[in-house]
Design a protein around this ligand. Structure first.
Ligand code: PLP
Length: 404
């Protein structure tokens, strides 16, 4: 069992008050808070190790490069990548998915098909639509069942001879649904398609094994994993990274530049143009040590208990509708109460010190499929407590009559 009270002491922000009330932070799906050890790792980088990476012959630059490159090794181990060269640093999941769509996209032909799902975050929709302005590729969309699970029959029926890319989230940021990545990847591969997985919402809660998952690409963000903002990872299979053209041009990614023609570095540097966020990348390895030190299994068990407790208590409230009810879902609860507007609910909760997210959660096509404009979303992390859930439920009960 987690010693949550001890863990919470490492997050000074959690003792903050807002509007004179103790903060209850339930927006972990958008970003989670960062423990002292990770903040100190960032500070240490600034105080002791800051120098531009890769380029310098001098001590500090080599030290900063080592610290950044050590994180590449750490990430490769964390996600069970066969090689550190298959780990590319980006600004986040969004940039990672843009990289794949833009670069892999150049290997596609007019008439090729891309299969997405209706539960995707905009970050896994818009980059593929941008590609449509350059290539006449066709996007097909997998629908969901009423409980928020993917319709796998339709999924299979949409994959055919022209399918080149299948891209879907491991975990939905709205429904909490955990998709059967391996099964989906195997089916896509049996038709010769490349599998791209948006792992932004899986990485904070589930162990990631890119080899077991079958994914050709897997993307995630540090800031949702108790880490610094501004760092993301794209895992990509070497065979594809070698074939793909560079995403951006500039320093670091070249072997030689002349006006007659330029040659490029091997992956991963081929995809890391310009100075990376080496400070936060270096600190990200402390963050992975932190998660491993606590244990993802323990974190998962704690979050599952909170999810069950909160869901049961929420269902005591009249007119409560929860979107996404699949077994084994991630600790995310999207809901509406009666006819109350999600924004009003969120505003009133905020005044009671409770931070939840409201709106379409960057998943407008999903909202359309659900026939709603938006939801209120509460999401849990390792440091949340049953007492916080009680405060949240009491607040919902208190504001419920005001919203009719
Ligand atoms: N994909 C999913 C499922 C997400 O939930 C998010 C962020 O909420 C993203 C992608 C984008 O992540 P980032 O903003 O860190 O690039």
């Amino acid at each position: 069992m987690l010693d949550v009270e001890a863990l919470r002491r490492e997050y000074p922000i959690l003792s903050r008050e807002v509007y004179g009330r103790q903060l209850v932070y339930l927006d972990n799906t958008a970003t989670s808070q960062t423990p002292r050890c990770v903040v100190e790792a960032v500070t240490r980088m600034y105080y002791e190790h800051k120098a531009n990476v890769h380029r310098g012959v001098f001590f500090l630059s080599q030290e900063a490069t080592d610290l950044m490159e050590r994180t590449r090794d750490r990430v490769a181990r964390y996600i069970n990548a066969p090689s550190r060269d298959e780990v590319i640093f980006t600004r986040g999941t969004t940039e990672a998915l843009n990289l794949v769509a833009s670069s892999m996209g150049q290997l596609l032909d007019d008439g090729d098909e891309i299969v997405l799902t209706v539960m995707e975050h905009h970050a896994n929709i818009v980059p593929w639509q941008l590609l449509q302005s350059r290539k006449r590729v066709i996007i097909k969309v997998v629908p969901i069942h009423a409980d928020g699970s993917l319709d796998l029959e339709v999924y299979k029926s949409l994959i055919g001879e022209r399918t080149r890319i299948v891209s879907f989230c491991h975990v939905s940021n709205v429904l909490g649904t955990v998709n059967p990545v391996r099964e989906m990847a195997d089916y896509a591969h049996s038709h010769g398609a490349v599998v791209v997985v948006d792992g932004a919402q899986a990485s904070p809660h589930l162990p990631i094994d890119v080899q077991a998952s079958g994914a050709d690409f897997y993307a995630f963000s540090s800031h949702k994993m108790y880490g610094p903002a501004g760092v993301g990872v794209l895992y990509g299979k070497r065979e594809w990274l070698e074939r793909m053209p560079p995403y951006q041009g500039g320093g670091e990614m070249i072997k030689h530049v002349s006006f007659e023609g330029t040659t490029f570095e091997q992956p991963p540097l081929k995809f890391e143009a310009g100075t990376p966020d080496f400070v936060d990348i270096a600190a990200f390895s402390t963050c992975l040590d932190y998660i491993d030190g606590i244990g993802l299994r323990e974190i998962e068990t704690h979050e599952e208990e909170l999810l069950k407790y909160a869901t049961d208590r929420m269902m005591e409230i009249e007119g409560m509708r929860i979107f996404g009810t699949t077994p084994g879902k991630a600790p995310v609860i999207s809901f509406l109460m009666g006819n109350a507007h999600h924004y009003d609910t969120g505003m009133l909760l905020d005044k009671l010190g409770i931070a939840v997210r409201t709106g379409h959660h960057c998943a407008q096509p999903l909202m359309q499929a659900l026939g709603i404009e938006g939801t209120v979303r509460a999401s849990f992390a390792l440091y949340n407590t049953r007492e916080e859930v009680d405060t949240f439920i009491a607040a919902l009960k208190r504001i419920r009559p005001m919203l009719d």
